[in-house]
Design a binder for this molecule. Structure first.
Ligand code: SF4
Ligand code: SF4
Length: 380
């Protein structure tokens, strides 16, 4: 859906964390918007007038639920010795290098988009061109809008042992401020197409947030056929992991450990599997095999949203600081509970602990006890 009739911002509500789960706490888009036109609550994401289509909201969204046109990477020539410049749409085409990657605002490129560019550009240095306009632009601010995403991308590249020349760097090539257009050019004009065709294309981009991605590369070890990883909800997470995998394949270096959240489940777990049922990305998944059940975890799909941790009634889920636990990005089983026979109803149940009866029988017994106590108290 489109968030506002006048604004080219596509929104896939199904991918928005707070709308999917009452346990989610996320207002990243609202905080990222430089003109404050977004308002997020547990029921809807609303947009007022005045969107700049700078893409900062979409870059901040951890799942890719928002889509703003102009940020899907174009084909990049990888074998040139010249640096690859990245420019904003406000800079007229004639002042940009012919092969420049042009986006509405550099702040609308997410970490995953920068890394995808890095992976596509081969050995070419990448230059984020700073024209000295951001401080005066409504989409800019005191610090460069791309600074944080570029920093994060560079930290990951450094952690992977990429050479310094592989880092994305800012180059200052100032242009006179009076040459700066007031607004970011209209996407329909930039793409030279009618508004109707343009909005149809935009909806295609929003649908990217919902695309079902096969995760065979990170599926659990063979022989456990009852585990099926669900769809990955987050295109941004997929972008980060696949761009880094591409670089790792090229360099032979391992993936940076810090991209894998180190989630653990303590002995307090009673195998309710609420965590797996609420995990929005399918990173946690309930499995069954050979008379046992449990929860498996795929760190590649985890966006560290904390939904599972807040949803767990036993508070059994914790996170170690990223990078402190060796993680390969392969799926692992975190818990395994053997099924046993209920001493009252005789049905099989799988629950952590040494309870001899299943949860429904326990509940009935507690209800009966409480009714008996009330009756006894009333007669006394
Ligand atoms: S595109 Fe920019 S101005 Fe529009 S809602 Fe997103 S962050 Fe705000
Ligand atoms: S496993 Fe990761 S993605 Fe899934 S709910 Fe927990 S923190 Fe969120």
């Amino acid at each position: 859906m489109r968030l506002h009739p006048q604004a080219p911002v596509g929104f896939a509500a199904e991918a928005c964390l707070p709308l999917r789960s009452r346990y989610a706490r996320c207002d990243a888009c609202q905080r990222a918007c430089p003109v404050g036109v977004l308002a997020m609550d547990q029921e809807a994401l609303r947009m007022g007038d005045g969107c700049l289509h700078c893409g900062r909201c979409a870059a901040a969204c951890p799942t890719g639920a928002l889509a703003v046109p102009g940020f899907v990477p174009q084909a990049v020539v990888a074998d040139s010795p010249r640096p690859l410049p990245v420019e904003c749409w406000k800079v007229p085409r004639r002042l940009c290098a012919r092969e420049a990657v042009r986006v509405p605002c550099l702040g609308g490129l997410s970490v995953g988009r920068w890394l995808a560019l890095r992976a596509a550009a081969g050995k070419r240095p990448i230059e984020a061109v700073d024209r000295g306009w951001c401080g005066r632009c409504s989409a800019g601010g005191a610090t460069h809008p791309a600074a944080s995403a570029v920093d994060q991308a560079n930290r990951l590249l450094e952690e992977m042992g990429e050479p310094p020349q592989a880092r994305i760097r800012f180059v200052h090539k100032p242009l006179p401020v009076k040459a700066m257009p007031e607004a970011i050019p209209e996407p329909a004009a930039e793409f030279s197409m009618g508004r109707r065709a343009f909005f149809r294309g935009l909806m295609g981009q929003a649908a990217e947030a919902l695309c079902v991605m096969e995760t065979s590369a990170s599926a659990p070890a063979a022989g456990n056929r009852e585990v099926h990883w669900g769809p990955l909800l987050s295109p941004e997470r997929t972008r980060v992991v696949s761009a880094l995998r591409r670089l790792a394949d090229r360099s032979g270096q391992p993936l940076p450990a810090s991209i894998f959240p180190a989630l653990h489940i303590s002995e307090a777990c009673r195998n309710h599997q609420v965590c797996a049922a609420t995990c929005p990305t399918g990173a946690l998944l309930a499995y069954q095999e050979n008379g046992a059940t449990g929860v498996a975890f795929n760190a590649s799909a985890c966006i560290a949203c904390g939904v599972c941790q807040r949803a767990c009634p036993e508070q059994a889920i914790g996170f170690a600081p990223p990078g402190t636990v060796a993680a390969s990005g392969k799926a692992v089983r975190l818990t395994r509970v053997e099924a046993r026979e209920c001493a009252e109803c005789g049905h099989l149940f799988a629950e952590r602990g040494d309870e001899p009866v299943c949860a429904p029988c326990r509940k009935s017994r507690e209800l009966a006890q409480s009714a008996f106590q009330q009756l006894f108290a009333a007669r006394a």
